[in-house]
Write a protein that binds this ligand. Structure first.
Ligand SMILES: Cc1cc2nc3c(=O)[nH]c(=O)nc-3n(C[C@H](O)[C@H](O)[C@H](O)COP(=O)(O)OP(=O)(O)OC[C@H]3O[C@@H](n4cnc5c(N)ncnc54)[C@H](O)[C@@H]3O)c2cc1C
Length: 346
């Protein structure tokens, strides 16, 4: 089904810290925006790569975690109510004859906007693929990177790979399914799992009661015949190679960023980054700006603070396009009644 077309002033590609702050700066300029991200949640690298680690170099915040910074940014942009479109990748960007920009996503969503902000960081995060012999051919049929409808595994042998919360949660969920899989195995290269202690205790209890099997080791091959998986070959820590029955493998191997379709949008690039000017962080295509880790210019530093500065000047650049008849003046949030109105304070 094709989703309805949305005509809007601004679209932001990427809901990382810089994409979120871009929405704030656009709001101050009286520009509503839609934000798209490939991930099912906002926060970009801050949430995906270091959610619980401290950041010390955000002005005015001596210390906060990645997750806390993103939560604060979400609160800050609330007055401007940007519309989020998560879990979909922006696949296509083209310029229309009337100067506006057409943006399409992997969820068949179509936007027509006056200005586009690419805040895509190091690219869209995608599930890391299982790279052992025989895996590529079984992708989507016997090898999966998400649990999906667990009932499809009823009566079968399932191996869940990974040492993070997603793997532990999926394995436990499968043990509770009715009708249940014939066997559920949680497999990781070492007997150390990074998950909430309550979840870990539930996992250990399920192992003790025999509902869940634990396999420590590395996968070396998938054994199949006529495109049907029947076993997983595993190298164990004591140097043996064993076979485990498996008709399905769920591989939760983390996410890795891929620049993906951005390289094909016809924008000037240098070493996989979008070239921008430092006056308003516009790319070589009118109306398209690039902010945060995705851009490059002389002296570029991939820091959140620098991305915030870029987003601020890019919003001024966008105001000239979206409101061509208005004079874009610098106003202080402390004293401007107009900005107080936009912030919903009066
Ligand atoms: C371990 C670690 C620690 C760090 N610590 C600090 C620190 O202390 N201080 C600091 O200033 N910086 C730090 N950084 C760097 C900081 O995280 C980045 O500079 C910042 O995240 C860049 O923000 P961004 O919004 O530009 O991009 P990102 O955070 O990368 O967000 C980009 C978003 O765009 C999405 N996206 C990409 N392509 C598409 C597409 N085609 N369609 C839809 N969505 C797309 C991605 O899914 C992602 O969510 C750290 C980085 C790491 C890895």
């Amino acid at each position: 089904m094709t989703a309805a077309m949305i005509e809007t002033d601004a679209v932001i590609v990427g809901a990382g810290p810089v994409g979120l702050f871009q929405a704030f700066q656009l709001g101050l300029q009286d520009i509503h925006c839609h934000i798209i991200d490939a991930l099912p949640h906002v926060g970009g690298q801050c949430v995906e790569l270091y959610a619980d680690k401290p950041i010390y170099d955000i002005p005015g915040i001596p210390v906060c975690t990645g997750r806390e910074l993103v939560a604060q940014l979400q609160t800050q942009i609330q007055p401007f109510a940007p519309t989020f479109h998560l879990h979909q990748e922006v696949t296509e960007v083209t310029r229309l004859d009337d100067g506006r920009i057409s943006v399409r996503t992997s969820a068949q969503q179509h936007f027509i906007c006056k200005v586009l902000f690419i805040a895509a960081g190091v690219g869209a995060f995608q599930a890391r693929k299982l790279s052992v012999e025989g895996a590529a051919e079984l992708e989507g049929t016997h090898v999966h990177d998400r649990l999906g409808d667990a009932s499809r595994f009823a009566g079968q042998d399932v191996v869940v790979m990974g040492g993070e919360e997603s793997a532990v949660t999926a394995a436990l969920k499968l043990t509770l399914e009715a009708p249940a899989p014939r066997s559920v195995t949680l497999m990781h290269r070492r007997d150390v799992f990074a998950a909430d202690p309550v979840l870990l205790q539930a996992m250990r209890d399920a192992v003790a009661s025999g509902k869940l099997q634990l396999q420590i080791g590395q996968p070396t091959a998938l054994l199949s015949s006529a495109q049907h998986l029947h076993a997983l070959q595993v190298a164990t820590p004591d140097g043996q190679t064993i076979e485990r029955p498996a008709q399905h493998v769920l591989a939760f191997l983390g996410l890795s960023p891929k620049l993906g379709p951005i390289a094909h949008w016809g924008l000037a690039m240098e070493r996989k980054q979008l070239v921008v000017n430092t006056q308003n962080f516009a790319t070589d295509m009118p109306g398209i700006f690039a902010v945060g880790d995705i851009n490059t210019y002389a002296g570029k530093k991939k820091l959140i603070l620098c991305g915030f500065h870029e987003a601020t000047l890019a919003a001024f650049g966008a105001a000239d396009i979206v409101h061509p008849t208005r004079k874009t003046l610098l106003q202080y949030t402390t004293t401007s009644t107009e900005l107080h109105h936009r912030l919903g304070l009066v």
